[in-house]
Design a protein around this ligand. Structure first.
Ligand SMILES: [Zn+2]
Length: 408
């Protein structure tokens, strides 16, 4: 039996209900849907046993049947699907400088979304009320009341201690160390909240409905202001001992390079993240280089503006992005040697630059990773674009709701 779920919360399910939970994930994540007969075959259960379980799900209103319209003529098997009307969920991507939020139905179909300026440096006492007001605004826009929301997932750019519902010593989240984020929000909203690392949720989002559907070994690299990786290894999110697994942003690239947010020198994040790209743009303008970058307010210039200039053909901006891509590639090449994934998905705000950033990554992997590992891996842009993390947070919010439903 293959456990498709990438959800660590599954471990809290009793073995009696594990079959039920796996069946739900097969219904959710099998591309093209799945029938009762196919479920019985894959689970090595009798058709009667599967029908009983599906009957229970239908009574709970979690699963419904639909006729597969893709089969023209002949007998059409009844395909199973999650009942989208079971409730609403919300996914939040709390970034360093932006907050992304999606509201979806219970089959993770996005109904409303938005991206808002945000400063994680303001700390929890300012940021969490702001998250709440954005949520209320988005729900109001969707015509959904708080009572109709089943669960909320929230991704943050730091190492998450899942049991504590908090972050531990996060380099780019000053004032958040140990703050009880999950319980604060659960008390505020009166519903289950799942707190996760943003890159881990990004991996989950791309695995569930993006570039990596069905992939069992996937690395998602989030290139935003900082840089982090989510590791989906052998079908499970890998967090390590204290939630720090995948902190690729703090791999040393240049031993005597620029100072990083973690206090060390020359980390990947300090030479290839959004802040590093913006810093290099400022330095280029100050050194008098001829570049369109000088038309921006140089004190507040962002990686997004460097990307715009690069796309318009500005050579200095292009060089900054290409160099960031090369540094990123050196780290990704090591990561490919370390975990041998079949797919690396590059996402986050800075990754929206596209091939200008991705090509140097592909080149570095071709040149530096072991041949067998390099040949086995595809390096793609995130299909979900800037939404990977918030969609992954939705997947996790649905996970915890389903866990509660079956574990009774
Ligand atoms: Zn660092």
């Amino acid at each position: 039996m293959i456990l498709i779920s990438a959800t660590p919360t599954m471990h809290s399910i009793s073995s009696k209900n594990l079959n039920k939970r796996v069946i739900l994930d097969m219904i959710r994540f099998t591309p093209g849907g799945i029938s009762r007969a196919e479920l019985a075959r894959r689970m090595e259960l009798s058709r009667a046993a599967v029908s009983t379980i599906i009957g229970d799900f239908q009574n709970l209103g979690v699963v419904q049947t639909s006729e597969d319209s893709s089969l023209a003529g002949g007998r059409k098997p009844f395909m199973l699907e999650i009942n989208p009307g079971q409730g609403y969920v919300v996914g939040i991507d709390m970034g360093a400088t932006h907050l992304g939020m999606v509201v979806t139905d219970f089959s993770a179909h996005v109904l409303e979304e938005g991206e808002f300026p945000f400063s994680i440096n303001d700390g929890p006492n300012t940021c969490l009320p702001k998250v709440d007001s954005i949520l209320q605004e988005l729900l109001k826009r969707s015509g959904i009341s708080m009572r109709q929301v089943r669960a909320i997932g929230i991704g943050v750019p730091g190492p998450v201690v899942v049991e504590a519902g908090a972050v531990a010593a996060p380099p780019i989240m000053p004032g958040w160390d140990g703050y009880p984020i999950r319980s604060t929000l659960e008390d505020l909203w009166g519903l289950p909240v799942s707190l996760g690392n943003d890159a881990e949720f990004g991996a989950l989002g791309e695995w569930a409905s993006g570039a990596g559907r069905g992939t069992r070994n996937l690395v998602y690299i989030k290139v935003g202001s900082g840089v982090g990786a989510g590791l989906l290894l052998d079908g499970n999110i890998y967090r390590g001992t204290t939630g720090c697994a995948g902190e690729i942003g703090h791999i040393a690239i240049m031993e005597s390079g620029p100072i990083c947010t973690c206090g060390n020198r020359g980390c990947l994040e300090a030479v290839a993240g959004g802040w590093a790209i913006a810093r290099q743009a400022r330095e280029a303008v100050k050194s008098g280089k001829r570049t369109q970058l000088s038309t921006f307010d140089i004190d507040t210039i962002t990686a997004r503006e460097v990307a715009v200039a690069a796309r318009l053909g500005d050579l200095v901006a292009q060089q900054i992005v290409t160099e960031a891509g090369s540094h990123l590639g050196v780290a990704v090449a090591s990561l490919v040697n370390l975990v041998n994934p079949s797919m690396v998905v590059v996402g986050g705000g800075v990754a929206q630059i596209g091939d200008l950033l991705l090509e140097p990554v592909r080149k570095a992997v071709r040149e530096r990773s072991l041949r067998s590992a390099a040949q086995a891996v595809r390096i793609n842009a995130a299909v979900l674009g800037r939404r990977s993390t918030s969609v992954g947070a939705v997947v996790q919010a649905i996970n915890i709701t389903l866990d509660q439903l079956v574990d009774v």
